[in-house]
Write a protein that binds this ligand. Structure first.
Ligand SMILES: [Zn+2]
Length: 172
């Protein structure tokens, strides 16, 4: 966990802090702090965290420090490739064509560090909730996602980021 900082003299440097408009309640009361950390494989990464003092909305974002150009990252996740470490920034869209998954960033979109499998696990959770509510065709889709999670089916992970803030690293 040392890469993510902690307390004491090595606590990540605050590069920016501000009070901005909260996407949930609209008040000018979202306190945001950005810290610069060095993360193995990715280099300099900005971690933003925020909390709204009016409604309690919690905000988090993670992105590479050097960005600007639109980026489209496409990796094939197979039994042989192993998993991938993913920085998914708040501006990124995640697409898994084989499984009909497209996650677009909404106004309160967050960024996080995860893995390709972690993204699939989130999809499985959302689908499970839909199935419990009797969603059309969701059991078949859930089974396809679970097959991919068990490594029985390959899938393609596409991260499209108009600001190029996201990154993917193959874990060997
Ligand atoms: Zn708020």
């Amino acid at each position: 966990m040392s890469d993510f900082g902690g307390s004491g003299p090595n606590f990540p440097k605050v590069v920016y802090s501000d009070v901005i408009k909260c996407p949930q309640c609209g008040e000018l009361s979202l306190n945001v702090v950005a810290r610069l950390v060095d993360i193995k494989y990715f280099g300099k990464v900005i971690i933003e965290s925020g909390r709204c003092s009016s409604c309690g909305f919690v905000y988090g974002d993670v992105y590479v420090a050097e960005y600007g150009e639109p980026k489209k990252i496409e990796v094939k996740v197979t039994r042989e490739s192993g998993d991938y470490l993913v920085i998914k920034s708040s501006t990124a869209t995640v697409v898994i064509p084989e499984l009909g998954v497209e996650i677009s960033p909404g106004p309160a979109a967050q960024g996080y560090i995860t893995t390709a499998r972690g993204i699939l696990e989130n999809v499985a959770e959302v689908l499970s909730a839909m199935c419990r509510e009797g969603g059309e065709g969701c059991h078949r889709r859930l089974e396809e996602v679970n097959r991919a999670l068990r490594g029985e089916a390959d899938f393609t992970l596409i991260i499209e980021d108009p600001l190029g803030k996201s990154a993917v690293y193959r874990m060997l």
